[in-house]
Write a protein that binds this ligand. Sequence first.
Ligand SMILES: Cc1ncc(COP(=O)(O)O)c(C=O)c1O
Length: 378
Amino acid sequence: MTDAGAPQPIELARPEIGPREEELVLEVLRSGRLSLGPIGARFERELAAWLGVEDAVAASSGTAALHLGVRQLGWGRGDEVVTSPFSFVASANCLLYEGARPVFCDVDPVTLNLDPEAAAAAVGERTAGVLPVHIFGYPAAMPELERLAGGRGLGILEDACEALGAVDSEGRRVGARGNLATFAFYANKQMTTGEGGMIVPADPDTAARLRSERNQGRAVDMGWLDHDRLGYNYRLSDVAAAVGVAQVEKLDDLLGRRAAVAALYSERLAELEGVELPIAGRGREVRSWFVYVVRLPDEVDRDTTITRLAARGVASKAYLPCIHLFPHLRELGYREGQFPVAEAAAARSLALPFYPSLGEAEVDRVCAELAAAIRSGR
Ligand SMILES: Cc1ncc(COP(=O)(O)O)c(C=O)c1O
């Protein structure tokens, strides 16, 4: 309790930054190489090794990584890309940057990821690719989506920005299937660089082109002012990469502790009537815990629940809104009622405080406050 007697606030997310991050950042600051120095390449190598892939290309954000992926696949004006409406807006915006049209289809009610049958039904003459999102760290149905794409010659870009460490139905780590796949390192993610992202290339030529485009179109062996293609400044700074190296070193520990907090929530909330809990896995699928999102009973008003929790010092958030209903996507003709599973999930979902250092007493308090808020909201 604080002095005023109000309960200590419990925030939604909190990065875990320690002495190792400080040490590596200080080394970079003292080295005088703040960008394009050796630690950027080291971060890429170490994350690639952790993922079990040949190479990985760092970028300034997950969104930048997605944009590079869209350009790599050549998706642009006149192309349609089948994707999920239940996502963070960047997975659709990256298509709009290049003039491609996101074609949404509904999601699976359990995983909240692209429903492969709905995806197949959304494929048409103009379809150039599929952009699955591994939402809330749950692996998308990649074997099914790859079959769909393979049969029609479609490109695949996996948005794994929320799913570092997830394992798919064939036991493979998300991002390691040979498709272009992106990760993101904003401060609430499984690991952070403050801001940052990564894209896993399919082969060395792709990697070289991605490295060029993120660096103003310069070829790897070219001088500072030679540019052989359109490029961007999507570089990750060496200060951020230093944080990344330290985070990769403890990634297994971070993921393990996130899973432990999630297990605690699931145990404590199991008896809460009408509340739907996220699954940890199914068969060989394993969620990488990014957020802990419950679905409230229909009769409970979510906004009132959020207000009641906030009054008791517990942060929570409506998470996520459907992206096809944002104004710039409505302009493409999208409306309420088109994707009932996604829209129902978006209407009821509530993210609870979630980070590795969240203690058992805090989880208990969140659960007790949630139960009380739901009781009084019924
Ligand atoms: C599913 C998804 N895609 C893309 C992004 C974009 O990542 P960033 O915020 O690093 O640009 C995020 C991050 O929040 C995300 O959750």
